[in-house]
Write a protein that binds this ligand. Structure first.
Ligand SMILES: *[C@@H]1O[C@H](CO)[C@@H](O)[C@H](O)[C@H]1NC(C)=O
Length: 319
């Protein structure tokens, strides 16, 4: 176990500082400019194989466009004919620019609440009954671009159930993560409760958890939870300070950690909750993602993700 942890940390140290050279993307398509959430055009009636959900805050539109091109340059992603959703929080200029450029199918403005996690829940709630085979949730730019593109390239397939595209760690039920020395920062007390809601069991000691807010989830995995649970979790972002849920702030906030006060605690709980919601919690997934592959075939699909059973959806090319 200790050796694996050393390997994990070594790998992460390497992964964190690598910069990926832009790849050429084959990306040309006619794009419409719908921006009303829940719109029911012909495309919505027959969802494509993937939604790419991008949560923008104040990023540069050129960089976001380049990022989208890189995603679409990955064959297995392009094969799904993804529909691109750009969600903007507090950036009217970006909204206008993105609509003008036309690199997304839908550009949607949301109130600036809850960062990317609130956006992801919003998307699921809005599309719950028409989810495509996969939803790729992403911040506007990759934290670890080489890692993200590499994993998509080698691991994403029609059988992907849940795949973390940021750092994948081992978390405790309070959100302490082995990515930080001494298992900090953490103290996200509510994580234990979200686990119980999602899994119907008490939280075990530790589990694999995706970090950074980048993941691919299949419809089958997203549908493991009822829509009303996503609605409930979404609503928690708007819990007023005088609500009984917040009477004991210690339960709501991180405790005994050095996280800056302005970090949204509930967002961090959500960031660490996807594994329980998507039932992809085995710590071996985290080890598989973080141990440098030493065998000949490093593209074994099960190494660093949770796969769905069953035959791939017709029309989605296998990689
Ligand atoms: C969750 O995953 C476990 C382990 O892979 C599996 O045994 C169980 O059936 C899954 N639960 C659901 C509801 O799919």
């Amino acid at each position: 176990m200790a050796a694996r942890k050393v390997a994990l940390l070594t790998f992460l140290a390497a992964a964190c500082c690598a910069v990926h050279a832009p790849s050429t993307a084959a990306w040309s398509t006619a794009i419409s400019h719908k921006h009303s959430p829940g719109s029911t055009g012909p495309a919505a009636a027959h969802p494509p194989g993937m939604h790419i959900v991008i949560a923008v805050h104040q990023e540069d539109v050129n960089e976001v466009e380049q990022y989208v091109e890189k995603l679409l340059g990955i064959r297995s992603v392009a094969a799904t004919h993804p529909r691109i959703f750009i969600y903007c929080k507090g950036t009217p200029v970006f909204v206008a620019q993105a609509r003008d450029r036309g690199f997304a199918h839908e550009v949607i403005e949301l109130p600036n609440v809850g960062r990317e996690q609130e956006t992801y829940l919003w998307h699921i709630v809005a599309h719950y009954d028409r989810l495509p085979e996969h939803v790729f949730f992403s911040q506007a730019l990759a934290n670890y671009e080489e890692l993200l593109l590499g994993r998509l390239q080698t691991l994403f397939s029609p059988r992907t159930g849940a795949l973390g595209l940021g750092l994948v760690a081992i978390c405790t039920c309070e959100g302490y993560s082995d990515l930080w020395a001494g298992h900090g920062p953490g103290g996200f007390i509510r994580l234990r409760e979200v686990w119980a809601l999602a899994q119907g069991t008490l939280c075990p000691h530790e589990f694999a958890c995706f970090h950074n807010g980048f993941l691919v989830a299949s419809r089958a995995r997203l549908h493991l939870q009822p829509r009303k649970l996503y609605e409930y979790l979404l609503g928690l972002f708007a819990t007023p300070a005088n609500h009984p849920l917040r009477a004991n702030e210690e339960l709501y906030k991180h405790v005994k950690s050095n996280l800056p006060d302005e970090w949204p605690t509930w967002g961090h709980v959500m960031e660490r909750s996807w594994n329980a919601l998507l039932n992809c919690t085995d710590v071996e997934v985290a080890y598989g993602c973080n141990t440098p592959c030493e065998s000949e075939d490093c593209s074994q699909l099960e190494r660093c993700q949770c796969l769905d059973d069953g035959t791939p959806h017709a029309g989605v090319a296998p990689i």
